[in-house]
Design a protein around this ligand. Structure first.
Ligand SMILES: Nc1nc2c(ncn2[C@@H]2O[C@@H]3COP(=O)(O)O[C@H]4[C@@H](O)[C@H](n5cnc6c(=O)[nH]c(N)nc65)O[C@@H]4COP(=O)(O)O[C@H]3[C@H]2O)c(=O)[nH]1
Length: 892
């Protein structure tokens, strides 16, 4: 149609028809805001017939008339922050439309004034139902806020991996703003030197896999720091199946997964029986996976401040072993210094760091340029180890390294403390608390280790040692001194063994030494050296205590190949050494087995002899030097066994001490001797006093004085008729019990005689304080007394000591007349020995005494007669007729 042919009425219809095809609701309003005309879309939107619409004002139609009127006045006046401000202006404004049935929908309204030549139409109102747009928008806002609230980084890229979207978590994890990353290639942004390219490739393969791909990946933040993530990537395709977007979800798993899995790994190793060195290596290896740019090491710092490598699988072995035993200090590399200062120490450049100068060759040779070490502290704050990172470049740690170390020092502390607890437990279980040596439970495995390490064709020796006089020290000086003795004994042994030898304490005074790689000759040299080293007396407090050991040796494999037999053989050989006079060593030989058996048999027989009262006492007289009168009598125990025959007291008394029978023998001897004295008294024999030997152990019996009192009373004997002989060892005893018992006995009037005087180490001042009545010079002095100046000087000194302390001195073992004469010249009070009489059974002694007394009386008479005759000038008394006790005894 041509423009000239256009008819206004037709054009109005055409316009109206055109308006009806428009999807937006269009309403023409008059100046009062009433509807002048509306299209079909308005009829549908406002749910009214056209005739109902015409003339209706906007309020009646459910529209916010006031708001629309305001828009008519000026769209631009709308405040910028008004709701839906974005939609204001040309884009219109969103508002609520209320239908007559109460339902609502959101519409976007645009109001336009019409030129005045269109009157009565004043303005045009365009309405569009935007309910679904609003819902969509709200849903998007919600999704964005959800994405922003997630702690997983979200990245959306196009198919070429250019970033289209990142959420808030991405920004906070990686340090970029959204604006900085939009449009950038995701790979160039996040991948760094330690990112595994294979994992990146695998993740890219998600394009093929509709389920998406997940993998752990180390990537880098804006500052270049490593971040371990779990990356989940999924492709989104368009309707034609082409990849449109890639959505990546990245979780920071440094703490949650990597460190926790490290913790779990180490904790489960700690819970099992895995050795600390394996755990430490495991820890280092795992850390090196987590931080591929470091080489890791763990050191233990012992209580003496020395370092010992625990783990460092990637360090050169000789460098690690060279660190073993190095003392921590202010200039000892990074680790020694960190342990010393108890703070982390960073050496950015090992080569120039002054603390590293003596140690730098090792790490530099392995291409390690920097070292950062952190002390590991135990629960009590003690530095028990160090955890170190070595770097291949001159640098310091990253925050990720710091995070790893924070976790690892905890794990390291747990591992080292577990190890310390274990070694304490093993120390307690397998070591002797007093000497710190391996104990009875540990010794067999110790020997087994030595045997396993013994090369084919080599030998080793097992030495079994028993301290000779430990029992005396313990019994006489008390347990504290006994402990001191054993510690000193162990230390002397320690000083004598060479590296590779092993020393253990079986218990009590028994020790075992494993002498590695020694044949019989070498073992005997070692034994001789040990024997000599032990020989020096030990000073305990103010006292000097003799020290020596009896040692038995058995040889592997010559004597036996099993541990039990080797120990048994060495034990048997030790008894042979004891019998040989102690302070010596003996090798096992087949006859030693017999000795061990013999010992067992003897102790059983002795027990039976005591029980069946088969022991007897022999009596040996003691003679006054001055006039030959009876000074006293010593009771000496005798044991005649039907099988063993006569057993000497010097054999069965030590055996009784070892077997715990000595107490019974002591009490039995006193009882027996007192009964005999009472019987002699009743028979009219004049014996001033009877001496009974007691072992030091008897004086530890707090009831001893009471028992003695009761025996004296039962036999109606005055206390002064009993003399108890004690060895010098008793007076070394500081124990209150022993001194109290001695004082009690003395107060009762019982005599105390110090036996074997001169063989011990008693000091004069100590002697003076003791309640003793008599000193007995040991019979060993008599041997050289006549010829040896030194011995004579000792005997003279003992006699003088006795005189100065006002106690009687009795010489034992007098066998010859020259001995008697010399002792008489010295002023020794009494003598005892074969010169006068051997120990005798009670009946024999009675006879001897009667004869002796008779002869003595007759000699005295003869002497008196001769003296009278001499006085009358008849003849001289010959030497042979002088009143010599020995002569009397010989004649008796
Ligand atoms: N060579 C030599 N020896 C002489 C001479 N005169 C006496 N003897 C011996 O010297 C020892 C003296 O006894 P002891 O010094 O108390 O030494 C005693 C004593 O310490 C201990 N003993 C003996 N009987 C008992 C006892 O009942 N109880 C305790 N605890 N020990 C006893 O056994 C040790 C040895 O006793 P025995 O063999 O009877 O040996 C006795 C005695 O027979 C001599 O002239 N020459």
């Amino acid at each position: 149609m041509l423009a000239s042919e256009f008819q206004p009425a037709a054009s109005a219809n055409l316009l109206s028809a055109a308006l009806d095809r428009v999807s937006e609701a269009i309403l023409f309003l008059d100046a009062e805001g009433r509807v002048h005309h509306a299209n079909q879309a308005a009829v549908a939107l406002l749910r009214r017939d056209l005739k109902d619409l015409i003339g209706a004002d906007l309020d009646r139609l459910g529209l916010p008339a006031e708001q629309l009127r305001a828009m008519t006045k000026s769209e631009a006046e709308a405040p910028a922050d008004a709701p839906h401000a974005a939609e204001a202006g040309d884009a219109g404004r969103e508002m609520m439309l209320r239908h007559a049935d109460g339902s609502r929908c959101r519409v976007r309204a645009i109001v336009r004034d019409l030129p005045s030549d269109h009157a009565p139409m004043h303005s045009l109102l365009l309405l569009r139902d935007v309910t679904s747009d609003v819902e969509m928008r709200e849903r998007n806002a919600l999704l964005t806020s959800v994405a922003d609230r997630s702690n997983r980084a979200v990245i959306v890229t196009d198919h070429e991996l250019k970033i289209l979207y990142t959420n808030a978590a991405f920004c906070s994890i990686f340090g970029y703003s959204s604006a900085e990353v939009l449009g950038r290639q995701v790979e160039t942004l996040l991948v760094g030197p330690c990112t595994d390219p294979a994992t990146v490739e695998r993740l890219k393969q998600c394009v093929e896999d509709d389920r998406g791909v997940e993998d752990d990946l180390m990537i880098y933040d804006k500052a270049g720091c490593e971040i371990w993530t779990t990356a989940h990537v999924k492709a989104h395709r368009n309707q034609r199946g082409k990849v449109k977007y890639l959505v990546g979800l990245l979780s920071d798993i440094r703490e949650t997964k990597q460190l926790r899995s490290l913790q779990q790994l180490i904790m489960s190793s700690l819970a099992s029986d895995i050795a600390i060195a394996t755990i430490a290596d495991q820890l280092c290896r795992r850390v090196e996976e987590l931080a591929p740019d470091v080489v890791c090491s763990i050191l233990h710092v012992d209580s003496g401040g020395r370092i010992h490598p625990l783990g460092g699988p990637s360090l050169p072995a000789d460098y690690s072993s060279g660190l073993d035993g190095v003392a921590i200090g202010p200039d000892v590399g990074s680790c020694g210094t960190a342990a010393y200062l108890c703070e982390p120490v960073l050496a950015r450049d090992i080569d120039s760091d002054p603390r590293w100068q003596p140690y730098k060759a090792g790490p530099l040779g392995a291409g390690l340029r920097a070292c950062w070490s952190t002390p590991i502290q135990g629960k009590d704050g003690r530095v028990i180890g160090t955890f170190a990172f070595y770097f291949r470049e001159c640098r310091g740690p990253s925050p990720w390294h710091e995070q790893i170390v924070a976790a690892c020092v905890q794990l390291g502390a747990l591992a080292i403390e577990r190890q310390e607890v274990r070694s304490t437990i093993s120390q307690v279980a397998y070591h002797d608390m007093l000497t710190g040596l391996p104990n009875r439970a540990r010794i067999p495995s110790m020997i087994a280790e030595a045997i396993n390490a013994c090369p084919e064709g080599s030998h080793l020796a097992i030495a079994f040692l028993d301290a000779d006089n430990f029992k005396d020290v313990n019994d006489t000086l008390g347990h504290a001194a006994g402990d001191e003795f054993l510690v000193a004994f162990a230390n002397r042994l320690r000083a004598q063994i060479r590296p590779g030898d092993m020393l253990g304490r079986l218990g009590g005074d028994e020790f075992v030494i494993v002498l590695q790689n020694r044949d019989a000759l070498e073992a005997s040299l070692a034994a001789a050296r040990i024997t000599a080293a032990l020989a020096m007396p030990l000073t305990i407090g103010k006292r000097q205590v003799p020290m020596s050991a009896s040692m038995g040796l058995s040889l592997y494999p010559d004597n036996a190949t099993d541990i039990e037999t080797l120990i048994k053989q060495a034990d048997g050989a030790m008894y042979k050494a004891k019998r040989a006079g102690r302070a010596t060593y003996r090798f096992f030989s087949a006859d030693i087995d017999k000795l061990a058996e013999e010992r067992l048999m003897h102790s059983t027989a002795l027990r039976e002899a005591i029980a069946s009262e088969a022991l007897t006492l022999n009596y040996q007289p003691q003679i006054c030097t001055r006039n030959g009168a009876i000074h006293g009598v010593e009771a000496l125990a005798r044991w005649h066994d039907p099988v063993l025959g006569e057993v000497s007291p010097s054999k069965f008394i030590p055996l009784a001490e070892e077997c715990g029978l000595i107490e019974q023998i002591g009490v039995w001897s006193i009882k027996q001797a007192c009964q005999q004295m009472a019987s002699w008294r009743r028979a009219g024999l004049d014996i001033p006093c009877i001496s009974v030997n007691l072992s030091p152990i008897n004086f530890q019996n707090v009831n001893l004085a009471a028992v003695v009192a009761q025996i004296l009373a039962a036999n109606d004997l005055p206390a002064k008729m009993l003399m108890l002989e004690i060895t010098e060892g008793v007076i070394l005893n500081e124990r209150a019990t022993v001194i109290a018992t001695m004082s009690e006995l003395r107060n009762m009037g019982v005599g105390l005689s110090l036996d074997d005087f001169g063989t011990g180490y008693s000091s004069l001042s100590r002697l003076a304080q003791l309640p003793i009545h008599e000193l007995k010079i040991d019979r060993s002095f008599m041997r050289d007394f006549e010829n040896d100046q030194g011995t004579r000087a000792i005997v003279t000194a003992v006699v003088r000591v006795g005189q100065s302390l006002d106690v009687k001195v009795v010489a034992e073992g007098v066998e010859t007349e020259p001995q008697r004469r010399l002792l008489a010249e010295l002023g020794c009070d009494a003598m005892q020995g074969f010169l006068f009489a051997r120990p005798m059974a009670a009946a024999a002694f009675s006879r001897w005494l009667l004869d002796y007394s008779a002869h003595r009386a007759s000699l005295m008479l003869r002497q008196v007669g001769r003296a009278l005759a001499q006085a009358a000038g008849v003849s001289e008394v010959s030497e042979g007729e002088r009143l010599s006790p020995a002569a009397i005894a010989a004649a008796s």
